[in-house]
Design a protein around this ligand. Structure first.
Ligand code: DSN
Length: 483
């Protein structure tokens, strides 16, 4: 790209100026920002939960909206002078409601975990706290007698939650015991069929009938198939549970209308949470969507559960949501899935083992145990070869959640760069080349290491070079030249 002052793009101008200003105060930070762009440009990003936000989204984050405190929400702020934050929040909420067809949208959560905490407390408040207040004739908890307050606290702390277990592909916040969700709720996980790796709705139904949760959570961070949310809703209704869906991973596929009807969580669940930075391709953050009946409690997320809203991030969410309402986003979402399928087929054709035998969404879960390495070793060998992935446990993983026996691969980021199915097939070849060339290095004790590995001579160089050829065909942020 020409650096001639007549042809320089607005994005290049913006970032050069920003880096110059930052560099005058802390050059190390300016250098790290530039290095991150270089690194992202130079690697095949297959982390299923990452993406590349547009320059407009990125630029919306770096400004003085960050300086404003605005606890509360529109029309109910704890600070004066929030008119512009009100505008930003209203635009973001409207885009979210329109994009997803939701009755209500709360755009303040700082992350997916925060969004889930807001949702849990909103459901508890709506279903447990409000009826208790009504029964006691109180307007708020401060009006309760000590005895009623103690009783309410006991009730809030003893509710049941059921979600997909972590090793079946669920998320930490869906009731994993060490997580706060597993401690604040009496929890039970549902798994997948040990033979097929698929969600068994009959098993979920009978477990729910036995356990009778207050909240049934659906959604995942490492399940490569679709979930029928209409069936999950039927199960929730049968046992008196509120269906909550965490669509963080596949929000882009919902926004892009790849997941519709029974597979669209929004019309089927009462409360839906998401992050905004994964397949949705926005800034790092979260959203809570849902039925109007939960709106009042959801809107109390800040300051009851969350710290002050980040006006600059909400602005960037609004920009990203506006982008996702464009027709081109539907094409993008469709291509994510086609690319994931091409990646899965390419891996299978080259002898790899995939959990569930394939994919219907944006991710593939590769069982690396057949290559004689742990997920941790595979992750490191791939990184050395220019392929960024993350290790992930597989169902009944003998190596546990830290070393793991799996690698999770996702296509949202490479699809943003413009990769197509034939290139994902080549990526599959590169992955298998690395895995076949990787072996365990014995630990000092002589026993097999779960960490150290040996990569056969020449493999990293060859794969890095072929990855560089692929990446050169699809430059990242072509409108930005920092030189
Ligand atoms: N860290 C996210 C992921 O990678 O799936 C979930 O929290």
């Amino acid at each position: 790209m020409s650096t001639d002052s007549g042809t320089i793009t607005p994005e290049s101008r913006a970032y050069r100026a920003a880096l110059e200003v930052i560099g005058q105060v802390e050059p190390g930070i300016a250098a790290a920002i530039s290095a991150e762009l270089r690194d992202q440009r130079a690697s095949l990003k297959l982390i299923a939960s990452e993406n590349y936000a547009s320059p407009a989204v990125l630029l919306a984050m770096g400004n003085w909206l960050s300086d404003k405190y605005a606890e509360g929400t529109i029309g109910r702020r704890f600070y004066a002078g929030c008119a512009n934050i009100d505008t930003v929040e209203a635009i973001a909420s409207e885009h979210a409601r329109e994009l997803f067809g939701a009755q209500h949208a709360y755009v303040q959560p700082h992350s997916g975990i925060d969004a889930n905490l807001v949702a849990y407390w909103a459901i508890l408040a709506h279903r447990i706290e409000s009826p208790a207040l009504e029964q006691a004739g109180a307007r708020q908890v401060n009006d309760l007698s000590e005895q009623d307050w103690a009783q309410l606290r006991r009730s809030l702390g003893n509710q049941r939650l059921m979600g997909m277990s972590l090793d079946a592909g669920g998320h930490l916040t869906h009731g994993f015991r060490p997580n706060i969700s597993g401690k604040m709720f009496d929890q039970r996980g549902y798994g997948t069929d040990p033979q097929t790796g698929l969600l068994d709705y009959d098993a979920v139904r009978s477990a729910a009938k036995e356990f009778r949760p207050l909240i049934l959570v659906a959604g995942y961070s490492a399940y490569p198939r679709l979930i029928n949310f209409a069936v999950m809703r039927e199960i929730a209704d049968e046992v008196g549970a509120t269906l909550m869906v965490d669509m963080a991973h596949f929000a882009g596929l919902v926004a892009g209308k790849v997941l519709t009807g029974d597979f669209d969580p929004v019309p089927n669940a009462s409360v839906v949470t998401t992050t905004t930075h994964k397949s949705l391709r926005g800034p790092r953050g979260g959203l809570v969507l849902g039925d109007a009946e939960f709106a009042d409690q959801v809107d109390r997320g800040c300051p009851m559960v969350l710290g002050g809203p980040l006006g600059n991030i909400i602005a960037a969410k609004a920009v990203a949501l506006a982008e996702a309402r464009q027709p081109s986003f539907r094409d993008y979402a469709q291509r994510i899935v086609e690319n994931a399928r091409a990646l899965a087929e390419g891996l299978l054709r080259r002898g790899a083992t995939l959990v569930t035998g394939g994919t219907d969404n944006h991710l593939v879960l590769l069982d690396v145990s057949g290559y004689g390495v742990t997920g941790r070793q595979a992750e490191s060998a791939l990184l050395e070869s220019g392929i960024v992935t993350n290790r992930n446990s597989i169902p009944q993983d003998p190596n546990g959640a830290w070393f793991t026996s799996g690698i999770r691969l996702g296509t949202p980021a490479l699809t943003t760069r413009g990769f197509g199915p034939s290139e994902l097939d080549e990526v599959a070849e590169l992955i298998v080349t690395v895995l076949k060339g990787t072996s365990q290095k014995p630990a000092a004790s002589g026993s097999p290491s779960k960490v150290h590995y040996i990569l056969a001579d020449g493999v990293a160089a060859e794969v890095n070079s072929r990855a560089a050829d692929l990446l050169a065909k699809h430059p990242l942020y072509p409108s930005i030249d920092l030189s």
